[in-house]
Design a protein around this ligand. Structure first.
Ligand code: IPM
Ligand code: MG
Length: 357
C-alpha cells in the first residue's frame, strides 16, 4: 500500500466546499482500488487568516509544506481583501517558492456538458495547455516612481530566461510526445514583442530538435484565439507564456462548456518540492455557502494529483466516474443541471464504488 501525505488548503469562498467534496471522492477512489492511502492535513490559511493575523499564511508556511507529497488547493480571493494581497500572499509564493514552473491545464468537452461552439462535440476539443508558471509577465519585476505625481511611472517587466524557457519547452514537447497525436502548438507574440518572445521562438526551435517525432507549429496569440474557436480539432498540446496561457485557458474553459470543470496542476517536474493541484474557477463569493458550487474541477485536479503520484489506475477510476455522472445529467446549475454539490459528490462516489477494475 502506497501512502501519501497531502496538505489541503481550501482557503476562500467556495474553496472549502469543493475541497471537502474532493477529499470525500479521493478517499472513495483509494478505498475502491485498495492500492493507496492519502492522509490529508488541513491548513486554515487564506483571507480569514489574513484578517486575523495580517498575513495569508505564516512566515514559515513554505517550510511547513515542503515535506508533503502534494498540495490540494481551493481558491483565493475575498470581497474585502485586495486581490494582489490574496494572490501574492499565498498562491504565488507557493508556486514560485516551490519552483512549480509547469502549470498544466487540461480541457476537454465532457459528455453531458455542451460547448458553446456550434460544431464541436466530445472528442473535437481535447487540449492540454502548458503555462509557463515561474517567470514571464508574472515575474513581479517592476515598480512605481513619483507616486501620485503627474509624472508618475509604473513598470511591469516581463522576464524570460534561457533556463526558464528551455525547461518549459522541454516539458511541453515531452507532454505532447506522450499524447497520442504528438502535436504541439507554441504560442508567441514575437511580431510585436521583439526581445523575449523572439528568444522564446528560437528556444522552441532548438528544443524541437530533441523531439523529431513531435509535430509542432507556432501561432501568434491573437490568431490563436481564432483557431481555438473555429478549428478546435486542429489543436492538442499548447505551450504559452504565463499571461498568454492565463488568457487562453479561460477561453479554453469557456469553449469546453464551463470554467466550473477546468482544473490545473502546478508542477515541479523535478519533484524537488510538492506540486499543487487546484480548480481554475476561483473563490466565487456570489455562490459561496449555497451548496451549489461545481465540484467537478476539483475532482479533475484530484485526478491530476493521482497521476502525479503515479496512481494511474486511481486517476482513471476517478475520471471515468466523473464523466459517467456528467453524462447522466447529474450536474450543478452552472452547467445546466439542478443538482447540489453534495448530490454530484454522492453520485461520483457511487460510480466509483461500482467501477470495474
Ligand atoms: C489563474 C487565475 C490567476 C492567474 C489569477 C487569480 C491571478 O486567473 O489561475 O488563471 O492569473 O494566474
Ligand atoms: Mg486565469
Amino acid at each position: 500500500m502506497k501512502k501519501f501525505q497531502i496538505a489541503s488548503i481550501p482557503a476562500d469562498g467556495i474553496g472549502p466546499e469543493v475541497i471537502s467534496a474532493g477529499i470525500e471522492v479521493l478517499d472513495a477512489v483509494c478505498a475502491r482500488s485498495g492500492g493507496a492511502e492519502l492522509n490529508f492535513t488541513h491548513f486554515d490559511w487564506g483571507s480569514d487568516y489574513y484578517k486575523a493575523h495580517g498575513e495569508m499564511m505564516p512566515q514559515d508556511g513554505l517550510d511547513t509544506l515542503k515535506d508533503f507529497d502534494a498540495i490540494y488547493f481551493g481558491a483565493v480571493g475575498a470581497e474585502d481583501v485586495p486581490d494582489h494581497i490574496t494572490l501574492w500572499g499565498l498562491r504565488l509564493p507557493i508556486c514560485q517558492g516551490f519552483d512549480q514552473y509547469a502549470n498544466v491545464r487540461p480541457t476537454k468537452i465532457i459528455p453531458g456538458i455542451d460547448s458553446p461552439l456550434r460544431n464541436a462535440g466530445v472528442g473535437d476539443l481535447d487540449w492540454v495547455i502548458v503555462r509557463e508558471n515561474s517567470e514571464g509577465e508574472y515575474s513581479g519585476h517592476g515598480g512605481r516612481a513619483h507616486k501620485g505625481m503627474p509624472e508618475e511611472v509604473g513598470t511591469e517587466v516581463a522576464i524570460f530566461t534561457r533556463v526558464g524557457v528551455t525547461r518549459i519547452m522541454r516539458y511541453a514537447f515531452q507532454l505532447a510526445q506522450s499524447r497520442p497525436r504528438k502535436l504541439l502548438t507554441v504560442v508567441t507574440k514575437s511580431n510585436a514583442q521583439r526581445h523575449g518572445m523572439v528568444m522564446w521562438d528560437e528556444i522552441a526551435e532548438e528544443v524541437s530538435a530533441e523531439f523529431p517525432d513531435v509535430t509542432w507549429d507556432k501561432m501568434l496569440v491573437d490568431a490563436m484565439t481564432v483557431r481555438m474557436t473555429l478549428q478546435p480539432e486542429t489543436l492538442d498540446t499548447i505551450v504559452a507564456t504565463n499571461l498568454h496561457a492565463d488568457i487562453l485557458s479561460d477561453l479554453a474553459g469557456a469553449l469546453a462548456g464551463s470554467l466550473g470543470v477546468a482544473s490545473t496542476a502546478n508542477i515541479d517536474p523535478e519533484r524537488r518540492f510538492p506540486s499543487m493541484f487546484e480548480p481554475i474557477h476561483g473563490s466565487a463569493f456570489d455562490i459561496t455557502g449555497k451548496g451549489i458550487a461545481n465540484p467537478v474541477a476539483t475532482f479533475w485536479t484530484g485526478a491530476q494529483m493521482l497521476e502525479h503520484l503515479d496512481l494511474a489506475e486511481e486517476a482513471q477510476i476517478l475520471t471515468s466516474a466523473v464523466e459517467q455522472v456528467c453524462a447522466d445529467g447529474i450536474m450543478t446549475p452552472d452547467v445546466g443541471g439542478n443538482a447540489t454539490t453534495a448530490e454530484v459528490t454522492a453520485a461520483v462516489i457511487n460510480a466509483i464504488r461500482g467501477a470495474n477494475r
